[in-house]
Design a protein around this ligand. Structure first.
Ligand code: 7PJ
Length: 275
């Protein structure tokens, strides 16, 4: 974003979601054709996104697994096209597979966004051999079953402990902490009250000393509170984006770039007014 004149904390960034999965819950895989995906990426950049998050595997509860070959075929051509026509945007790739991480890094990704926080065998090594940024996300269980019966004694403390352990695993693998972003993983093995508690106490994660990336866009926690279907969750998502940025979140991952950008820009204007 380019609306700041002087600021001690970096401006919050908008990350636009580019789903290349035919079974995505919120946009139904509208962007699977590479030309359509590129057009959507271009629009999101015009609307203020400084990151595009490309995903070729759905992680929604119950989604089918995707082979390495299939995921590479979905992600890499689009990544290359975005890289070529939008050279200044940062490209993040939402994957847990080391093979996809390596190919994405070679093709010019600047961030690996892993909902499994580099726990797949070979994943730590795949990114350690590069200099890309990494988003470590918390998830309890695995996508297929994670929403069946999530249980925590203290969700905020447990998410914090998990992320601290993953930071340590990264550092042991030679990945400098300065490359890491953290994400509590809204909706990933969490009930509504777990999600609300994590948002209420998001600040508690700052003790880990890494910037936070937040993904709440169109998620079921909004649907549950507002009793609204997936295409009517924008305002609820914007409220959560405000709460996250007020608590210091660095990147908001969203399907709805233009409204999110406006909200963050308005917040920033108030934040930065002199005297
Ligand atoms: C997230 C994600 C999230 C990060 C997805 C969806 C489901 N990556 N990938 N954080 N969610 N870092 O977009 O609703 O919350 S896929």
């Amino acid at each position: 974003m380019s609306f700041s004149h002087s600021s001690s904390t970096p401006e919050p960034q908008v990350m636009g979601i580019l789903n290349l999965t035919p079974d995505s819950f919120s946009d139904g895989g509208c962007f699977v054709r590479p030309e359509a995906a590129l057009a959507q990426a271009q629009r999101m950049v015009e609307e203020g996104a400084t990151y595009i998050d490309i995903g070729g595997e759905s992680t929604r509860p119950g989604a089918a697994a995707v082979s390495v070959e299939e995921e590479l075929q979905r992600v890499i051509p689009v990544l290359q096209a975005v890289r070529e026509s939008l050279p200044s945007v940062k490209i993040s790739v939402d994957t847990s597979k080391p093979e996809v991480m390596r190919a994405a890094i070679t093709a010019g990704a600047s961030m690996i966004n892993d909902v499994k926080a580099l726990r797949e065998p070979g994943a730590l090594q795949a990114v350690a051999d590069s200099s890309v940024d990494i988003c470590l996300m918390h998830m309890q269980g695995e996508p297929r079953t994670m929403q069946q019966h999530p249980v925590y004694q203290d969700v905020v403390a447990e998410v914090k402990t998990f992320l601290a352990e993953r930071i340590q695993a990264c550092e042991q693998a030679g990945i400098h902490k300065q490359r890491l972003y953290l994400d509590p993983g809204f909706g990933f093995g969490k009930t509504l009250s777990h999600n609300l508690l994590l948002m209420k106490h998001l600040k508690a994660l700052h003790i880990l000393d890494c910037p936070l990336l937040i993904g709440v866009s169109r998620k079921s926690m909004i649907g549950a509170v507002l009793d609204k279907p997936v295409d009517q969750r924008l305002y609820g998502g914007l409220a959560l984006a405000v709460l996250a940025v007020q608590q210091g979140a660095a990147i908001i991952r969203t399907h709805d770039v233009a409204p999110t950008y406006d909200v963050l820009k308005m917040m920033q204007a108030v934040e930065q007014v002199a005297v």
